[in-house]
Ligand binder design. Sequence first.
Ligand code: ADP
Ligand code: ZN
Length: 730
Amino acid sequence: MTSPRFEEGALIGVLTTQPLDRVLDYRAPRGGCAAGDHVEVPFGPRKVTGVVWGQGAGDYDPAKVKSAIRVLDLPPMRAPMREFLGRVADYTLTPMPAMLRLATRAPGLTDPPGMRKIYRRGHGQPARMTPARARVLDLLEEHDGLGFMLGELADLAGVGSSVVKGLVASGAVAEEEAPRDVPYPPLDPDMAGKALTTDQELAAARLREGIAAGRYGTTLLKGVTGSGKTEVYLEAVAACLKAGRQALVLLPEIALTAEFLTRVEARFGAKPAEWHSGVTTTERRRCWKMVAENGAQLVVGARSALFLPFHDLGLIVVDEEHDTSYKQEDGVLYNARDMAVLRASLERAQVVLASATPSLESWVNVQQGKYARLDLESRYGPAVMPEMRAIDMRTEEVPSGSWISPALKGAVMQRLERGEQSLLFLNRRGYAPLTLCRACGHQIGCKHCDARMVEHRFLKRLMCHQCGETAPMPETCPNCEVAGKLAAVGPGVERITEEAQALFPDARVTVLSSDLFGSARALKARILEIAEGAADIVVGTQLVAKGHNFPKLTLVGVIDSDLGLQGSDLRAAERTFQLMRQVAGRAGRAEARGTALLQSFQPEHPVIRAILSGDEEGFWAAEAASRRAAGVPPYGRMAGIVISSPDMQQAFDLGNRLARLDAPLRRIGAQLFGPAPAPIARVRGRHRVRLLVKAEKTAPLQSALAEWAAQVRVPANARLAIDIDPQSFL
Ligand code: ADP
Ligand code: ZN
């Protein structure tokens, strides 16, 4: 597809990131331009950047149309990418300028290319050769001629940067100034991977075929934790790189990238490009540019990496595809898993959705023949799936203020005697979810939100999990001012840690919870230490459920298996099923078979029974049937509408107006519910009102919603957000 060219002075339409509802007319700059070019244009007294979207509309006084200033020195936005942005905008009801912002979110793109120091092989040998120096020189010779940044070179060679500097002094390494945004070190897809098992090889072969076909296709790669899904999809990456195309691997959690980078390096000889919030701004710009210039073969990233300007994208892997963090919950409300499928279809690329516990959406897409499916039935090596049992809490003697049953305690004792690790899982941060005054019954809440303050005893503060507000733990009740009557009610991981310490005084007990680590790096380091055996008992939130490897762990005790089953979320059963199976999958990854014990007050609940029996297909079929009967996703369509305002009445008035003006929704047979106060009715001082729209699977929901919402004017301090396919109903 060649993009239309525009001669100097021709009328062009330029999409900018300015919050306007249209593409603006300009005249093509000196030398002309083409659709997709990044350009600088005058905008009032300022200069802004934009992308040439096509011909100008011509509906603006021709005398007033200004000339674009210049074409920027950036690779043009390709037609499939422009189409992708348009389609995501239509699907999520997002204005195009916001889409462009998402696609150009790299700092300093318009700056002239900066310089920085790079290092290559120089001449001769250093006066004194050391093993460290030899490693640096070997590495440079191996990548003949390629320049590395200091940190990168030192990292790859496993030496300190002073070793490189020493080699520069002797001339054996040359230090040069080079443009800042250099290509990433090449990955070698011909390096040998691990020898695959029969199952793994079969799956890898199918994925390679898909890549070779050079067509769009989506495959669900399902396999228990530790079955080798990563090994298998790395084979697809290899095939993609061999075909000369780029690959993208999306991970749900930054903390997981370190382990993955190491595996990529072992498999392909160098690390891939990274794109997530933990990457420095200069690296982000380098990544963006190199992805566009084909100087990055593989990108590992968070969901927004989906909007990078790939030169030729051949494969997208969505690892842990069921993970809820793929849904962006503010700004542009998109689901990266679903948009990955859209992008791949426009790029003639393959998608691999990997998970031990796929989403019901993907399971149904397989049933309906839209996705292919590959299964890895067993764990790699001697490890087998853990034995799963329920502990019936109705028959256990647990003193009040305690949560670890005698049965679970006994199992942990056994592990301690054998020198193995145990995990106590509770998906609740902090010490206690509720702080109550025993004198007056007052519950301490957040000033700004309709939420309780959660005690974080390790940080010695109360914290709101909605807005992050913290306050010191008061001595007296803020309501009745009686001292010494505030009591913690219910458990969080910190409280379970305290209980475990008391029950097992000789054990090393540690807690893993996202709020207890200042940085992703600190968290990563701690996870590594634990994996190497630095703790006997780990108390953790869902953070530990996500793909970390703890080879010495043989017991998982779930403190409250019933926790996720309450609540009105349509996916409550699915989420509980996934989370419990993921957590259980942490046990017994090396030689010893693991055990998972689920403490439950309702062990006969169908979801708990399905988890224990391991009858996944049975569970999905039952869950699918009940969703179909209710006409909810994935069998029906939904949109969540949140109106928020500092003024409650204003939010309700707007909601009521919308409810009255529901003709566009009725025309497509959609049902409207609400307005009603949101389950979290106030966040950061803003009142929140919800409406819900339900429609048939085939109904043209977006156009109806757009027409419907356009009937009202949203007051300046109010906000109206439409969430297509909502994951959260809070
Ligand atoms: P998953 O992604 O399904 O959780 P991984 O790919 O991480 O599984 O594999 C689990 C562990 O087993 C990893 O340490 C991996 O290196 C190892 N492994 C898997 N398959 C093989 C294989 N064919 N040969 C050697 N090691 C393997
Ligand atoms: Zn708050």
